[in-house]
Design a protein around this ligand. Structure first.
Ligand code: GCU
Length: 704
């Protein structure tokens, strides 16, 4: 009874001080957002370089005025894999439990990966409101207790573990959906980093950085949100060491206060390639100046530990803030950003979240991306936008299956678009079939198939295996046991479909994009660290000269795609074609001449030239077809290539195509195979060393 009275009394005091929450659009004050594209000295931001400067300015602003400065990766950071369950979730997943240890604390990471993955997978990374067992009812997940403050003693204590908490947040994680879409999930309890309780600073990571005698961090030092965000970076540190994870494709997601956390983590740490804010609201995506729903004062009063001390001065002074949420969102650019709201979650101000995404879009557009694309709030359940995407879902403050569906679609699309692993969008889910065609009989054999997107086989020089790329990595499929094996390409984990072996089989040329542009590297065929060959990008490997000394490739220089060669050890590149339009797909014949495809006549046709680019000769003429990627046979008598219907532009995936073969001396090509595919089918040399067969990939669309 006594406690109840105190609560009521405290509630009255709070109500008396704080103005009533505004939910009336008519009462939103007129406001002007601080400019994104003007430097502090007043100079306009016109280029990507200008933006780099502006970004540093606004980052410093939010770091010192809102979230507070966080320390760097601690020197003693260590990882311990505590368990690996290879048959988790009834066989659907491989779940690892990892302790991330730093400064005397341990954070407990749960990493679940699809059991059927044949290589490193992209992961969704996010903190949870409760310990890991709440994610799934799987009994193999270690139970942990939450934090709570003892009402009487005020002590902050771990609660007893509850068997009943298994799977209690399952709907918020949608683990089955995540895994079945080919993603992994990396999550941990945010309370491991610091309990979400005012006054708990000494019970978490921030406490370990306090100086002797210091009770709380300085006014511009980290609040709890920055500490949780810092913990996410430690998760990324671990994921980078895990060979089963494609650390080039980490998507950050967070709901509500953990959505605010995801945004700041994404701002601090650009290793997160996608950032998703679910109902993050005030202090997250919502524009504070609208003073709609929750306000800065509400945050500072109710959660004084979340933001840094300096943030308190903005309580009730939103209009004077030198920043607003559009600035936080713009810090993610040009990485894909998803902002989502829920219709009934007016406390988080859906419209304010939308308007911030719209305002941040101008930075995406400056950096060559498409933003939200409209200033009109979309109807419920109708996502809008491209690299900045937004939806408002029906229902309450929560993260639901609907939200996850949108995020996984987005991650699938954006990772493929912006990621050099495939360069072209692959929106549809496919089954890939690695096939071998025997020339003499026309017989086709499927030697490997998987519900995944794999591409571009090469045949090993001993005839015993096929190499292909999938998810940015290169695999070898032994034709004996037919179990794919990852080839270690070291730091090159964003390889596209332009790869192939040297004539002696000792080396593998790969096209890997360390950042945006693909570059050519050479790595030992047995695996190892890659060595860079081309200084300039983008460059896409296609052929290896018969003497093993020169690489031929397609490259874009000053906007024009042409064929170039370069010594394997590196050095100056040599441009062989200058005709306007695309020249692509150079492969060597045993006589040293280079076969390629060129659109210079208006239709993509097969051409041939001398090793130095002299005598460029058109080899196919039938204008019913657009011809791509010619591959001369090992004895030099035949050439196989891919033909699209002539109306097809470029070399897209998922088309009805044919493989055709022609005598190398010239003459009428004949169709040797019909298939569904195109991109990925035969981008690089795929003849068997004895010249009797060649490999290719065909595809089948999978319905969801
Ligand atoms: C409260 C708080 C919000 C926060 C939310 C949550 O509602 O006011 O700012 O986003 O909790 O984390 O669920």
């Amino acid at each position: 009874m006594k406690t109840a009275l105190i609560v009521v009394a405290a509630g009255c005091v709070a109500l008396a001080q704080a103005p009533a929450t505004n939910y009336d659009e008519a009462k939103v004050p007129a406001y002007t957002l601080p400019p994104l594209r003007v430097l502090n000295d007043g100079a306009p931001v016109r280029t990507a370089e200008d933006w780099t400067k502006r970004r540093a300015e606004i980052f410093a602003l939010l770091e010192t005025q809102m979230f507070g400065r966080a320390p760097a990766r601690p020197a003693d950071l260590a990882f311990a894999v505590d368990s690996i369950d290879k048959a988790a979730l009834g066989g659907k997943a491989i779940c690892k439990q990892v302790s991330i240890k730093a400064r005397g604390l341990a954070f407990h990471l749960l990493l679940c990966l699809p059991a059927n993955a044949t290589g490193p997978v992209p992961v969704v990374v996010g903190l949870g409101f409760s310990p890991n067992q709440s994610v799934s009812a799987d009994p193999g997940i270690t139970l942990a207790g939450t934090w709570a403050q003892n009402k009487d003693t005020k002590e902050i204590e771990r609660q007893p573990v509850q068997e009943s908490s298994r799977g209690s947040s399952a709907s918020r994680w949608q683990l089955d959906m995540v895994l079945s879409r080919g993603f992994g999930l990396a999550t941990m309890y945010y309370g491991d980093i610091e309990p979400d309780i005012a006054g708990a600073v000494k019970r978490g990571i921030r406490g370990t950085y306090l100086k002797p005698g210091q009770e709380a961090p300085d006014a511009s030092d980290w609040g709890a949100i920055a500490a949780w965000a810092w913990g996410l970076s430690r998760v990324a540190d671990y994921l980078e060491t895990d060979k089963d994870v494609d650390a080039g494709r980490m998507a950050l997601v967070g709901h509500s206060r953990l959505g605010k956390t995801a945004l700041w983590a994404g701002a601090m740490d650009t290793r997160f390639g996608i950032v998703i804010s679910n109902d993050s609201g005030e202090g997250g995506a919502a524009i504070s100046r609208r003073v709609f729903g929750e306000t800065v004062a509400d945050l500072n009063n109710r959660f004084p530990h979340w933001f840094c001390g300096n943030y308190r001065q903005y309580s009730g002074h939103e209009g004077e803030m030198p920043f607003d949420s559009h600035i936080l969102l713009a810090l993610i650019a040009p990485r894909p950003l998803y902002v989502a709201s829920a219709e009934e979650d007016q406390w988080a101000d859906p419209k304010g979240e939308f308007l911030a995404a719209v305002a941040a879009s101008e930075v995406y557009e400056l950096l060559g991306k498409q933003g939200v694309g409209t200033a009109t709030m979309p109807p419920v359940n109708e996502p809008v936008g491209d690299a900045v995407r937004y939806h408002v879902r029906t229902g309450k403050h929560d993260i639901t299956a609907y939200d996850w569906q949108q995020y996984l679609d987005f991650a699938e699309r954006q990772f493929r678009l912006t990621s050099p692993a495939t360069l072209r969008p692959q929106l549809t889910r496919v089954e890939s079939r690695l096939e071998i065609l025997t020339i003499a009989t026309g017989e086709r054999e499927v030697v490997w198939s998987a519900p995944a997107h794999l591409e571009a086989p090469n045949w090993s020089r001993d005839g015993k295996a096929l190499l292909f790329n999938q998810g940015g990595r290169i695999y070898e499929l032994p034709l004996g046991n037919r179990t794919p094996r990852l080839i270690d390409t070291g730091t090159a984990t964003r390889c596209n479909n332009d790869h192939g072996l040297s004539p002696d089989g000792a080396w593998l040329a790969i096209s890997h994009a360390p950042e945006r542009d693909s570059l050519i590297y050479v790595v030992a065929a047995a695996g190892g660290q890659p060595r860079l060959v081309t200084q300039n990008g983008p460059s896409y490997w296609h052929g290896w000269s018969p003497d093993g000394r020169t690489l031929a490739y397609c490259a874009r220089r000053e906007g024009e795609y042409d064929i170039y060669t370069i010594p394997v050890e590196g050095g100056d590149e040599r441009r062989l074609t200058t005709a306007p339009g695309l020249d692509d797909g150079p492969d060597y014949a045993p006589d040293g001449r280079i076969w390629f495809n060129s659109v210079r006549t208006g239709v993509m046709k097969i051409w041939r030239m001398d090793p130095d680019g002299a005598n460029q000769t058109q080899m196919t003429r039938n204008e019913e077809y657009a011809d791509w990627f010619p591959h001369p046979s090992p004895d030099g008598t035949q050439v196989v290539f891919l033909s699209y219907d002539r109306s097809v532009e470029g070399h897209p995936a998922n088309k009805d195509v044919v493989l055709r073969m022609m005598p190398a001396g010239g003459g009428e090509p004949r169709v040797v195979a019909r298939l569904f595919g195109g991109q990925g089918t035969i981008n690089v040399p795929s003849w068997s060393p004895d010249g009797r067969r060649f490999a290719f990939v065909s595809y089948r669309l999978l319905s969801e």
